[in-house]
Design a protein around this ligand. Structure first.
Ligand SMILES: [Zn+2]
Ligand SMILES: [Zn+2]
Length: 324
């Protein structure tokens, strides 16, 4: 699906992960060359959908630039040069190795994500909350995380790096918070911002306490993105965002409101995660409780770093917090 002259979305129908949970995969194409932003899941249906779309795209106009390994008969399909992963989570990276094998593209990842990607058995939080009763989902997620770990990067990128696609230029913006090495990409020629999970099209993304995430960094990353004159934001999940500045401000405001709620609970003598959960998320679906606890701990870690709350006793979720 063409979103702008250079930007396409390549959806896939994946069993289990549909609707707002499905990861978005984008293609930036210029002059017969292309770069994927994220790779989606590694299942057959997803890989076929991405490759079919790439094959349908025109290649370089001069045959001297060569065809592509996956192009089939004509040899004039788009030449995919890069698969850029916004972060290591398997819903974004799972399909990268299969797509690299099929296209010869190189995989680009922020250097702080390399170890996180490789360490697929680590007990790190996932983007998708898996219901415990759905064992087949948990098994599939495990297999897909393992597949994601094969996406060893060919190029490690950092803040300020640029990635060329034909005549177009994408700028790498390091936006830590959701993960340590999350990146956004800014397509200068069209003012398009690819946000990974730093901005979702719907709702708010999970930001876990260190070492998995960092709320202070996350808010600073959103503030920084406001400095880009983007007219279209392509999120890691959910619908496109047209009013980019307003969306970023909404997300910043939401986190500040949550922080005020946490401070008010602590000030009122309700300084445990259990008490805050009941107060701040009164009607929470039990399946989302783990995620909500993580958000509260992330806010508390930020506030502790700023000296605004202090831990009076206990550890982790059992800790009792008071005002600093
Ligand atoms: Zn995600
Ligand atoms: Zn993620």
């Amino acid at each position: 699906m063409e979103l702008t002259p250079r930007v396409h979305s390549i959806p896939a129908n994946v069993p289990f992960y549909t609707g707002p949970l499905a990861p978005n995969v984008y293609l930036v194409a210029d002059g017969g060359q292309g770069a994927l932003i994220d790779a989606g899941f590694p299942d057959d249906a997803s890989i076929r959908a991405r490759l079919d779309y790439l094959r349908s795209m025109p290649g370089p106009s001069t045959s001297a630039r060569g065809g592509s390994a996956y192009g089939g008969g004509s040899g004039q399909a788009l030449r995919l040069a890069d698969i850029i992963l916004t972060h290591h989570h398997f819903d974004h990276s799972g399909g990268a190795q299969r797509l690299r094998e099929a296209t010869g593209a190189r995989i680009c990842l922020h250097r702080q994500e390399e170890r996180l990607l490789a360490d697929w058995q680590a007990d790190a939080p996932l983007d998708v909350e898996l219901p415990p009763e759905r064992r087949e989902m948990a098994e599939m997620a495990r297999a897909w995380r393992q597949a994601a770990a094969q996406a060893t990067p060919d190029r490690l990128v950092e803040d300020g790096d640029t990635i060329r696609v034909g005549e177009a230029t994408m700028e790498v913006i390091h936006t830590p918070g959701h993960t340590a090495g999350s990146i956004c990409l800014y397509l200068r020629e069209e003012g398009v911002l690819f946000a990974g999970d730093t901005v979702l099209g719907l709702g708010t993304v999970a930001v876990m306490p260190p070492p998995h995430g960092d709320m202070g960094q996350y808010i600073r990353s959103l503030e920084r993105l406001k400095g880009y004159p983007a007219t279209l934001l392509c999120p890691g999940h959910g619908p496109l965002v047209r009013d980019v500045g307003r969306k970023l401000q909404e997300l910043i405001d939401h986190r500040h409101q949550r922080e005020e709620q946490v401070l008010a609970a602590v000030a009122g003598g309700r300084g445990t995660v259990r008490a805050m959960l009941a107060e701040i998320y009164p009607e929470l679906d039990s399946r989302l409780e783990g995620m909500a606890r993580g958000q509260l701990l992330a806010h508390l870690a930020k506030l502790e770093g700023e000296g605004r709350v202090v831990r009076q006793g206990g550890e982790g979720e059992e800790a009792v917090w008071g005002l600093g």
